[in-house]
Design a protein around this ligand. Sequence first.
Ligand code: MN
Length: 722
Amino acid sequence: MPSDIQSILDQITSYLPTTDTARIQEAYEFAKAAHEGQLRFSGEPYITHPVEAAKRLLTLQPDEDTIIACLLHDVVEDTDIDLLTIAKKFGKPVAQLCAGMEKLGTMHFQGQERQVENLRKMFVAMAADLRVIFIKLADRIHNMETLGSVRHDKQQRIAKETLAIYAPIAARLGIFNFKKQLEDLAFQYLEPVAYARVKREVAGTEKSRARFVKQAIRDVEQLLKENNVQGTVAGRTKHIYSIWKKMEKKGFDYVNEIYDLFAIRIFVETEADCYAMLGTIHQRYTPLAHRFKDFIAVPKVNGYQSLHTTIVGINPSGLPTEVQIRTHAMHAEAEHGAAAHWQYAEKKKSVRLNEQRLNWVKGLVDLHQRMEDNDEFVEALAIDTLSNRIFALTPNGMVLDLPVDATPVDFAYAVHTEIGHTTVGAKVNGKIAPLDSSLQNGDVVEILRKKENIPNRFWLSFIKSESTRSKIKSYFNALDHEENVAAGKELINTQLIRLGKSRLTNDYAILRTYKNRDLSLREREGMLERVGNGSVSAHTVIRDLFHIGEVATKHAPKNVAAQKKTDSKPSEVVIAGETQLPHNLAKCCKPQAGDPIMALMSPRKGATIHRMNCKMFAKANPDRRLTASWGASEAAELVSIIVESQNRIGLLRDIAATISGLRIDIVDIDMKKNNKHNIAHAINIEIHNISELASVLDKLERIEGVETARRMVPEKKERKKK
Ligand code: MN
């Protein structure tokens, strides 16, 4: 099919004029000869497949080697030609890309187990060179397009895999153009009835939509003109799979219940124009509250940038309409994601974005290697691909991929374990920041170190990344028993003193009964060792030993009637009867208070709370399900604390900010000067449980200038426990 290859050559030279077209032509002839006599299931000559895949790939504007590798991608696997021959003929880089594809080509999915095993290989290949994954996605799109000729059971398996693995990868790499195609193609095979129905209903709205879109475009174009902004306007329709997903999520029966089925997109030249147009749009039409999203200032993890707002008045039916405003460059990025940058590697920003993605990919490889069971990997991937991650940078531009709310300590360990161990402080964007502060996307973090420093067990109470935790734990695990017991004692004592309780006695009597169990002296010591080596946090132990009622201020303080608050933490969840288990709300079904819920346990991530009717949940291993419910309101207790510190300007503000940062209500603050330099703040706060109290005291003690933060013990000495 010479016309096919000609159209490829025409396209690639249109964006890459320096392309050596003879080389591409040669690759085409070579592949064609190699596949001679082979047929696709559809009965077509095999060469049609690499050519069609290359055409899909062209939308990402690949470089010359990538197109060549795409044309050759099935040669090594399906013919007698080996990689050495390819390397000799087309160069080593092409051979390497083909080798990557060949690795992925071994995927003959029989079931979960093998699927995941191959996934791992796929990610390894991907981490090595993203271009392999671009080819693989293009290859998958064409295979999906021709899936009709394949046996039914194979169809189902490939479609499932496409939806669970390939589409999320495309999304995670920001290639939405591919993601949408893959999802719709897979959906068509997995839910043919639903697919046909949604498609039909969308088609049914076409006439009225076309009229509305035409009018809206005219109106917005007029606005652009009036404001002297260069730009274009277009309507966009959600793709079928996303419509269906939204219907499921919202419990809609009909497509036209989705008001953002169609959105208006405005493309302008500059970022400033985006905001200017937003202002104009908001002036002309009525914006809905809480619908405005600024993904320009705060891009999504995959790099997506745009302004989103929802307005009323542009659609004559009175329905709200979503408007997306972005520059052309942002749009290219939104459609092609990682690929939008790869050919401009010399631009610094692009390199950075690519590195970001590579880091994510490397993270996945790592994650998988540490996963205990494979099911969990598929699930984690399917759920977490779009969940939030942040990227922070070292001063020399290395990008690190971290969980949301990661701290400088997580950052340090992500750079290198040794750097983590020797961390003594951190500068975030040039300013000294506490080691437990939350990093934001794009922060530049400089870790301050001392060679002789060792990790602090206390870090375990605030770090966010599991890999940081295991690195710190393994450091302490290596220490001897004695040392860990001593450290555990000290950690528990610190907490006891803060709560106004007596220190541990020689026989650790306070631990004699722990969680309704009698512990022998040896067991009590073992417990302290576990605290010392980081297996259990001191907070947990303290929480299990005391009830918040025991430390509450019994009488109302002056000025304030101790009102019984009925408020509770909004996401309080009871899992299998336990209220304190760490948990996340699932991103897939976003359960809200009141929804019937269940918990899905995973050894690494703890519990994820899903709606009872969530699809993701239905697929999960039943052994890992636990009952869950929304907790009864935990009443807040009034607790008096005292913060002693050196006097300095801004101290009170820092104290108040720290407390309210934990969403704890301050009832009142009383200030007493001890002498010229020292000051004591007596603060009444509303506390729901001991862990909350322990963390606020921890945080307060780490404020600059604060010497101690502890619970205020009433005049009469507290009775020792038992
Ligand atoms: Mn192929």
